[in-house]
Write a protein that binds this ligand. Structure first.
Ligand code: C5P
Length: 237
């Protein structure tokens, strides 16, 4: 049962889980935002799609031994997770150039990045989530050098698992953003969500974009492509 609303973000609300110490309920909203909230829209049904997709992916990652905050999907739009203190870093892993790296470094879209590139952004809306280096991360995120290394190593290991998960459904994992959280015991686990809101997912045969870029770029219907991802994941079961 849902307790008090603790936090509301752009895509999710976070509630206390009543009678369940140390657990939270994530409630996925139908809102889509891009460009740090400058572009906004509501897509009825998006919350269900992201909740179901993220639940699938977190379950598969857990089956592969990745420690995450995910406990269970509760209903269409909500999931139960362990409470963590979110580390204010957006950890982006890139296998193929797209999005901000193409503009920042003048690299052509679709250029394969081998080995994959890990980038850190400071999770701060007011500052526009700036790209930061390791020393900045140690300064702003209250983590040790060893923990930063652990986060990067985990992000690259998760990349391998996610590549396999998406390859199996004929999708190329171009890039994605992860967030990590600290459990009460101190250990660091994967938190937040992994969904078409936070990944670039291209059909391997057609290069069709099956992620939030269709909304960012106004090139397709968000609900149709998210549904396609969910259907392909469900076919796998
Ligand atoms: O915009 P950029 O190319 O840096 O994004 C890299 C990846 O991180 C993309 O998959 C994007 O969806 C994701 N991302 C995100 N949340 C942000 C910024 C980027 O999920 N605030």
């Amino acid at each position: 049962m849902k307790g008090a609303l603790l936090y509301e973000g752009k895509a999710k609300q976070v509630y206390e889980a009543k009678d369940a110490t140390g657990k939270l309920i994530l409630s996925y909203k139908n809102d889509a935002t891009a460009f740090n909230g400058e572009k906004k829209s509501v897509f009825p049904g998006k919350g269900r799609l992201n909740n179901e997709i993220a639940a699938h992916i977190f379950s598969m990652l857990q089956d592969q031994g990745v420690k995450t905050h995910f406990i269970e999907r509760l209903n269409e739009t909500e999931q139960l997770v362990w409470q963590t203190e979110i580390i204010p870093l957006e950890v982006v892993v890139r296998n193929v150039a797209a999005g901000s790296i193409t503009k920042r470094l003048g690299i052509e879209e679709k250029t394969v990045l081998e080995p994959p590139i890990v980038e850190l952004f400071y999770k701060d809306d007011a500052l526009g989530d700036p790209l930061i280096n390791d020393e900045h991360a140690l300064l702003v995120a209250s983590i040790t050098q060893a923990e930063l290394q652990e986060i990067k190593t985990k992000a690259l290991a998760i990349n391998i698992h996610l590549q396999h998960i998406f390859q199996a459904i004929r999708i190329q994992l171009v890039d994605f953003k992860l967030e990590f959280g600290r459990l009460a015991c101190g250990s660091i686990v994967l938190a937040d969500e992994v969904s078409p809101d936070t990944c670039r997912l291209w059909d391997v045969a057609t290069f069709e974009k099956l992620d939030k870029d269709v909304f960012r770029q106004g090139t397709g219907d968000l609900l149709t492509v998210y549904e396609e991802i969910l259907n392909r994941l469900e076919e796998q079961k």
